[in-house]
Design a protein around this ligand. Structure first.
Ligand SMILES: Nc1ncnc2c1ncn2[C@@H]1O[C@H](COP(=O)(O)OP(=O)(O)O)[C@@H](O)[C@H]1O
Ligand SMILES: [Mg+2]
Length: 203
């Protein structure tokens, strides 16, 4: 049994096939990049995995359990987190409040949710901006907030949709070095007791 697997995943929008017979497996600790030109179906694949769109055919298995047909919040509870290519912060809330909202996915306790929120804000280099309204953030900080919100849900599978397009991910000091985010996530997960990661490209 794979940690995560899709089998023959397909999505039609009317006459357009956006995702066509996609099968792959991911084991715990692996990091994959999904590469393809605009319009090749990357975002749609994420939307299928997270239940944002119903699939046309195929199967999605997370730790052997089918995710097909589950609502997005249940898929999140199972441990699948994601960011959105078009970032969608809760605009009238502060950065901290946005991340707290996500942290309540795993706990009903305010102190525990606050600890989690502060931990991911630190990781995403947003601690200094925690009391800023999310509507006032730069695009770079909004993308970091998007990662923080996803991490605060406590995901075991994290899907990042073009999260560092046109910006610098956490840990680069604004310099945008090659793949620092992969190594930072590997470090984060290692620190939290997960397996060592291996990196792959999935084309
Ligand atoms: N909700 C939708 N309704 C109709 N067509 C869509 C919808 N979402 C995506 N598409 C189409 O599916 C194809 C794949 O889009 P997308 O998954 O956004 O590609 P990518 O993320 O690789 O740029 C495109 O042709 C796009 O226009
Ligand atoms: Mg896309």
């Amino acid at each position: 049994m794979s940690f995560f697997e899709t089998r023959h995943l397909t999505k039609h929008f009317g006459g357009l096939t956006a995702v066509n017979d996609v099968s792959f497996q991911v084991e715990q600790g692996e990091i994959y990049g999904l590469i393809g030109p605009n319009g090749s179906g990357k975002t749609t694949l994420f939307n299928l995995i997270t239940g944002y769109y119903p699939i046309s055919s195929g199967t999605i298995l997370f730790e052997g359990q089918p995710l097909n047909g589950l609502p997005t919040w249940k898929i999140c509870k199972h441990g699948v987190g994601r960011t959105f290519q078009i970032v969608k912060p809760l605009r009238r809330m502060t950065v901290l409040e946005n991340v707290l909202t996500s942290a309540f996915n795993r706990t009903g306790s305010l102190p525990q949710a606050s600890d989690k929120a502060m931990e991911v804000l630190e990781f995403c280099e947003l601690t200094k901006r925690k009391d800023a309204l999310s509507s006032g953030l730069s695009i770079g900080d909004r993308k970091r907030l998007e990662i923080a919100r996803a991490l605060a849900t406590g995901p075991r599978l994290l899907l990042l949709d073009e999260n560092h397009g046109r910006t610098h991910p956490p840990g680069t000091g604004g310099r945008g070095e090659a793949d620092p985010q992969g190594s930072r996530f590997r470090h984060y997960h290692h620190h939290r007791g997960a397996h060592h990661a291996r990196d792959y490209e999935f084309v």
